[in-house]
Ligand binder design. Sequence first.
Ligand code: UT7
Length: 328
Amino acid sequence: MARRAVVHGIGHAVPAHVLSNADLEKVVDTNDAWIMQRTGIRERRITTAEETTSQLATTASLEALASASLAPEDVEMIVCGTVTGDMLFPATSCLVQSSIGAKRAGAFDVGAACAGFIYSVAVATAMIETGQISNALVIGADTLTKFVDWTDRATCVLFGDGAGAVVLKGVEGGERGVLKTALLADGGGACHIDIEVGGSRYPAGAAVSEGHRRGIFMAGAEVYRFAVVAMGDACCRVLADAGMSIEDVDLFVPHQANLRIIESAAKRLKLPPEKVFVNVEKYGNTSGGSIPLGLYEAVEQGRLREGQVVMTVGFGAGLVWGANLIRW
Ligand code: UT7
């Protein structure tokens, strides 16, 4: 009998502070009409100087554990998809492990940028399916606004901060659970989205780092073209693997980077608008937080119910992309 990783609880966290397009008009040469028309983003949440990724991840995790009725000390593995951890090391998942009191859990981070939650769910699912663990707390959390170049209008309008978390539990038999996953990468496109300074190539403060970028760089048009193709590619792969068709999908929860990208991908996949979840207008691109935040709100709004099939798909810096097909 197949053992599946079933979603048992979900949580979320966003910072309280709202940064609107009107606020951004005071920071760079931009305007609400351009941002809305090119991206669909109306506002985003941003962390204060004191707020960290692990704090958002902790709040989301505690809510997920409560909704799954799982005590922190019974969590066996914590996987956190993030590229904006509190520090280069230790892993942010370890900080969460301590703050929630998950005394028996292992913990590691997954660095797959905006596909971080997709990758993390896939890894935790494999560990559950193979019997290594019986449950996992899987988090997607990022605070990209801390790394934004606030003088670069082409990128600073796009990002926001947020986190989401799910509890996966191993269940023998049954229909529910993660059905198929697809994980893909093309490091040849690494130069299209990056932060140069802060790693071992250009350490912060080192002479070799002079003149290199400390904030987020993105070749918008290249990433846009990649994103539309990558989303379709990942979705088609998991559907083929699962022996299912797009008509079997009840809800599509894509990475929320840009409304136009989501609409183009949905059109290519022949998904009607009522099956496509969008909240990019409220949060902008929250990287690893975006898909679990979408799932959380879809559940809240009654658009995703137990037994329904949801397609989650992400793409981002790496380049990486991937999808998880889940019977909720
Ligand atoms: O999760 C990570 C993945 N990232 C993404 O998915 C982002 C993918 N890319 C995009 O979403 C889009 O490429 C952007 C939203 C970033 C840009 O949209 P675009 O339609 O590709 O615009 P563009 O970069 O071609 O710029 C068009 C014009 C330029 O002016 P000129 O050269 O035509 O005079 C830009 O300088 O818009 C200008 N522009 C702006 N104007 C007002 C760029 N940013 C802004 C701005 N406000 N914030």
